[in-house]
Design a protein around this ligand. Structure first.
Ligand SMILES: CC(C)(COP(=O)(O)OP(=O)(O)OC[C@H]1O[C@@H](n2cnc3c(N)ncnc32)[C@H](O)[C@@H]1OP(=O)(O)O)[C@@H](O)C(=O)NCCC(=O)NCCS
Length: 333
């Protein structure tokens, strides 16, 4: 008789235990960038809500930022690094194709032989990472998972590009996810629309650079197309996440969308009919758009400014290049 295959199960519920944050130490104001793009401080503030963004100096890498954020999350979670079964780093700005950032971050943090891998889901990367952490724990593969969004986007900025250069910042945000007595992460809504693949893109490839076909690849976007997609389609995804969580906008303590543009954040709040009482992540004003790091950074700041929000529901939604999206409701640590 052939043996029955064993399939593992973990705990029924998961939650985020704690967060960590690292922002680039350089404060870059609008005035420093406007000349190269024939813009103005007023235009950038009005169209994006950005007053300044944080960037890292030349010698600081996404690995350094991820390590700082990860260490804070682990300490605050009150666990030992060797209890971490997986380290997932969401990033689009690792200049090294292989090996991954995550194995080095795991090593830096003392996470032993934890599973370690990077995911590339652009500005939705953190939401994808939380979904994976939830699955790895509930299937019994890992007890605790460290999810980090880490970006050094300034390395992929063309200062003369008017479409995106002034939006981008550097930073890392981390979350420790683990077993829970109560439901702390709702069903994740993950998806993509590859028909709009090129609307946020790199200007070339490393191979193209080698062959003299393009310069150092940098980011650019079709801003209006992405803006419309974000406001119309992503508001629907956010609503779907609420429905799947079995709650309404009125039950939320916080709403923390990807920090792409303050106008998009405000439009979301209107379309979702968020009550005045819901706290809204607005970290973009002083951090800029840090892609995969933006949601955990905004959440970290919101909890610092409003510690009373701890224990409440937060709707988070990431969306970006690909185009990809991911959303879920979490209980704030
Ligand atoms: C990029 C973005 C800020 C541009 O704002 P916008 O209001 O859409 O700007 P438009 O492209 O419609 O241009 C409006 C005007 O501003 C001008 N303009 C465009 N970029 C400019 C800049 N950087 N500085 C100054 N003026 C600019 C245009 O030339 C145009 O001028 P005109 O009216 O005289 O023709 C906005 O489209 C956006 O945030 N898009 C979504 C970004 C996003 O979510 N990305 C997700 C991935 S991270």
């Amino acid at each position: 008789m052939s043996p029955t295959l064993q399939q593992s199960h973990g705990p029924q519920f998961t939650r985020i235990y704690a967060l960590g944050a690292a922002r680039g130490e350089l404060v870059v104001g609008n005035d420093e960038l406007i000349e190269a793009i024939d813009s103005s401080d007023e235009w950038i503030r009005k169209r994006t809500g950005i007053i300044e963004r944080r960037r890292a100096p030349k010698e600081v890498t996404a690995v350094d930022l991820a390590t700082i954020a990860g260490a804070e999350a682990i300490t605050k979670a009150g666990i030992s690094p060797d209890q971490i079964g997986a380290v997932i780093v969401a990033t689009i700005s690792n200049p090294v194709v292989t090996p991954s950032i995550s194995t080095l971050v795991a090593e830096n943090l003392g996470a032993g032989t934890a599973a370690a891998y990077d995911i590339e889901a652009a500005c939705a990367g953190y939401a994808y990472g939380i979904a994976q952490a939830d699955s790895l724990i509930r299937t019994g593969v890992a007890e605790y998972v460290l999810v980090i969004g880490a970006e050094k986007l300034s390395d992929f900025v063309d200062p003369t590009d008017r479409s995106i250069s002034f939006l981008l910042g550097d930073g890392a945000g981390a979350a420790v996810v683990g077993p829970s007595d109560f439901a702390g992460i709702s069903k994740s809504i993950l998806g993509s629309d590859g028909s709009k693949w090129g609307t946020i893109k790199m200007s070339g490839t490393a191979v193209g650079m080698r062959d003299g076909e393009n310069a150092w690849p940098t980011l650019s976007q079709e801003g209006q197309t992405v803006y419309r997609w974000a406001v119309w389609e992503m508001a629907k995804v956010a609503q779907q996440a609420l429905d799947e969580a079995g709650i309404t906008a009125a039950d939320l303590t916080a709403f923390i969308p990807h920090q792409a543009n303050m106008r998009i954040v405000d439009e979301f709040a209107k379309v979702l009919k968020l009550p005045e009482s819901v706290l809204i992540g607005r970290d973009i004003a002083t951090t800029g758009n840090t892609s995969a790091a933006s949601i955990p950074l905004a959440t970290h700041r919101l909890l610092e400014e409003h510690p009373e929000a701890s224990g409440g529901f937060s709707l988070q939604i990431g969306f970006g290049a690909g185009l990809v999206f991911g959303a879920q409701v979490i209980v704030l640590p």
